[in-house]
Ligand binder design. Sequence first.
Ligand code: ADP
Ligand code: G6P
Length: 498
Amino acid sequence: MRQSSLVVVANRLPIDDNQAPDGACEWRRSPGGLVSALHPLLRHTPATWVGWAGGTGPAPALPDVDGVRMHTVALSPEDLRDHYEGFANATLWPLYHDSVEQPQHHRRWWEAYQRVNQRFAEATAEVAEPGGVVWVQDYHLQLVPGLLRALRPDLRIGFFLHVPFPPPELFMQLPRRAELLRGMLGADLVGFQRVQAAHNFAQLVTRVLELPATDRRIGIDDRVVRIGAFPVSIDTAEMAALADRPDVAARAHRLRQDLGDPRQVILSVDRMDYTKGIEQRLKAYSELLASGDVKVRDTVLVQVAMPSRERVGQYQILRERIEREVGRINGEFGRVGEPAIHYLTQPFDRAELAALYRVADVMAVTPLRDGMNLVAKEYVAARVDDTGALLLSEFAGTAAELSQAYLVNPHDLEGLKQGLRAALRADPADSTQRMLAMRAHLHQHDIRAWARSYLHALDEGGALVSRLTSTDAGSDGTARVPRPTTPTGSPAVHQAGG
Ligand code: ADP
Ligand code: G6P
């Protein structure tokens, strides 16, 4: 088995199962996300990505993607149900997002979580070279750092949580809270999106494990585990360059015409998830239509809602509710050829997304809770003419950085309506001031800066970081490799976002 000096471990591999123009199915490197961040580094280092290729059945043997080895971990139908859909997405996901939906607890799910984490740890132990660096991602794999350390104490192990880490009152509900904390403490560095999350973690470690902890360091056995906030970002330059392309500008122009040349376009782009506040936003919009503050004739809402985790009950119920509400609002307020809401559930390629961002006068990003929210950052990066208003939830991690956005509390319906009205009526000069500040921030704090700062802290100035240069442009995300023969089910929409 060939070994690598850098191993990224994430529930999903950074590839999508994609349909080529000629109809053939191929694997394609996912656009955006972690793979863009790590690409410059991975290209210059013998690197391996350990992850799941989607679906169930035997692990397909995938070819390298842009020189990065893909090491697949298989999930059985039971693992998919009890680990991915169960413990990860029906216990941890809702609990970590303020319990906006009720987390469910089943002992069988915990067993699957342990089993799958063990499998990931063993796969990683096989492919990491002696003294190598391993970077474990997200809530699906919280036990991996501890399990991996037991197998391979020689490795330098990092863990990064892309989602919020909840306050102690919520985390304490977890029947297996001590094991989950201990699992994360197998890492040398535990990274979070927000300072508050690191604080919550330190408090919990003190309370549950009775270990000495500050918001920066935790002592366990004879080791020190460092903790800190590393807000994830996007490839700002890549999104700006895409949005600036003449064909994308032309596409944006046509989109506006197709929308009936309204005076204003409001856009929302979400994974269909109860954390995204889609229902609250629709209610606010519907009330603005009812009161006459917004008129279908001159304003349209485009809601992109990409179905996600479709076999999980809470997601099925959410989709039904959203679609009923969109139907009601269109029935009540739309006119022939002029729907109040353009509702789209399809995946879009990056250029189409960039065109949508360019056409949006107001971007409404109003999650009830979100670890980061990359869509908000993508919108800002795509506003190459420095116009546009970002309506942003205070409860998105992004709000800590993009404070010039129109900030709203999505739980407050009147506040949400007021924020939407303010964004729609914003003074263009004021919007440009805000946009310029946010764009400047994102150009400096892009995804390479994020990867560099995290790995710098993990590697403590070692050789890996020096290879991650900011001048490296990366590639365009279109690398394609032939599809393997083993069918592996539905594709990932995207890589770990935030
Ligand atoms: P989350 O990680 O919770 O899904 P983020 O906003 O952080 O939320 O990341 C979502 C990512 O998925 C963004 O990069 C966004 O561009 C992408 N995305 C969302 N909807 C679609 C879609 N319909 N087609 C393609 N990409 C999408
Ligand atoms: C969030 C999570 C990621 C996850 C993504 C898509 O961004 O933090 O880990 O990959 O959502 O969800 P999915 O269940 O399709 O992987």
